[in-house]
Design a protein. Sequence first.
Length: 76
Amino acid sequence: MPEVAETAKDPKCRTEAQSSAKAARSYKFAVTLRIWYNLLMQINVISKKYASTVTLFDQTVRFYKQYKTDLAILVL
């Protein structure tokens, strides 16, 4: 399309070719944007799940350490 827009002698043909090329670029941009949006949303979901797992693990480790300390105090 850009080639036609550059080489066409008829102004109407040139304008239509430019318009079609612009629409194709806009569509490609919109599709690319949608793909990136979906990809980043999935990464966000995974990131949140990972963060909650790490937090849960940290809480478990803290609980175990406190339990171990409390148990040591009771045994002594």
